[in-house]
Ligand binder design. Structure first.
Ligand code: DAK
Length: 258
């Protein structure tokens, strides 16, 4: 892979979009490599959390590659949008927690990529935005939908209609980023949070993610039914037995994810 670095050792994987000369902009090659990397993460049974970040000092991802998009026909633009959606859907669908470490510009497809992660931590240098209207188009990788679900309809419209960037503090204020860290502390913070998650029951964390996501857009009663089913599925697993036996024996659990 030319533009993706994937560290797969240990329980916390780190995926870096590494095309700093173009501020990590997403062209078809980057998206295709990203897709391959997600496949590798999914296939690696020792990986229990993933951190996604951008290479270099300036950017997380400065959007879809404008130079490549400029020449697309309508049919090619449909294929490009489908590729982007497919990749972000597979990122969002990973059964393990995915943390976005937004270390700089996250514009257009960059904000959309971060939104497909489970949550976002931002460096003080981060800038978010959906500047597609500046280019005469609209968000094409899910931004109109995922951003609206996170920050609400009016705030999403403000961001998308104006195309203006917002800084990390504003992103935190509107619930887009969970925390803002000094740049030098961002990865350590993400690894600390991921480290806490990977100590927990892996089947339980995966089930919690599935249930939260599956229920998010359903009426409460239907969503609660999904929770009840997810809760019941964990009973009888090795992790449930181990977690409860360890509590009773006053020792730390040793989960095996079975
Ligand atoms: N694409 C391609 N190259 C990019 C890029 C991008 N998005 N962003 C930056 N670069 C390149 C620059 O061209 C420059 O290349 P060289 O000139 O050195 O060869 C290099 O990265 C460094 O950038 P700057 O020199 O501009 O750096 P500055 O610090 O001065 O400015 C900036 C940083 C982030 C403010 C600026 O680079 C910028 O405004 N970048 C563009 C941000 C942006 O508008 N991103 C695109 C968002 S729109 C769809 C599918 C997808 C989408 C829409 C529709 N369909 C198919 C329906 C998604 C669209 C988007 O993501």
């Amino acid at each position: 892979m030319d533009f993706i670095k994937l560290e797969l050792d240990g329980p916390i994987a780190v995926l870096t979009i590494d095309r700093p000369k173009a501020l990590n902009a997403l062209n078809r090659q980057v998206l295709t490599e990203f897709s391959d990397a997600i496949g590798q993460v999914a296939a690696n049974k020792t990986t229990r959390a993933l951190i996604v970040t951008g290479g270099g000092e300036k950017a997380f991802v400065a959007g879809a590659d404008i130079a490549e998009m400029a020449g697309l026909s309508q049919a090619e633009s449909t294929a490009f949008a489908e590729l982007g959606h497919r990749v972000l859907d597979s990122l969002e669908g990973l059964p393990i927690p995915v943390i976005a470490a937004v270390n700089g510009f996250a514009l257009g497809g960059g904000t959309e990529l971060a939104l497909a992660c489970d949550f976002i931590y931002a460096s003080e240098k981060a800038k978010f935005g959906q500047p597609e209207v500046v280019l005469g188009v609209i968000p094409g990788f899910g931004g109109t939908q995922r951003l609206t679900r996170i920050v609400g309809r009016a705030r999403a419209k403000e961001i998308i209609f104006t195309g203006e960037m917002i800084d990390a503090a504003k992103a935190k204020e509107i619930g887009l980023a969970l925390e803002v860290l000094p740049a030098a502390e961002l990865m350590a913070h993400c690894k600390k949070v991921a480290g806490n998650i990977v100590k927990r029951g892996p089947l339980a964390v995966a089930q919690a993610k599935r249930v939260i996501d599956a229920g998010a857009d359903l009426p409460l009663q239907d969503a609660n039914k999904i929770e009840r089913e997810g809760f019941a599925k964990l009973f009888g697993t090795g992790d449930q037995k181990e977690g409860m036996a360890a509590f009773v024996a006053k020792r730390p659990p040793e989960f095996k994810g079975n």
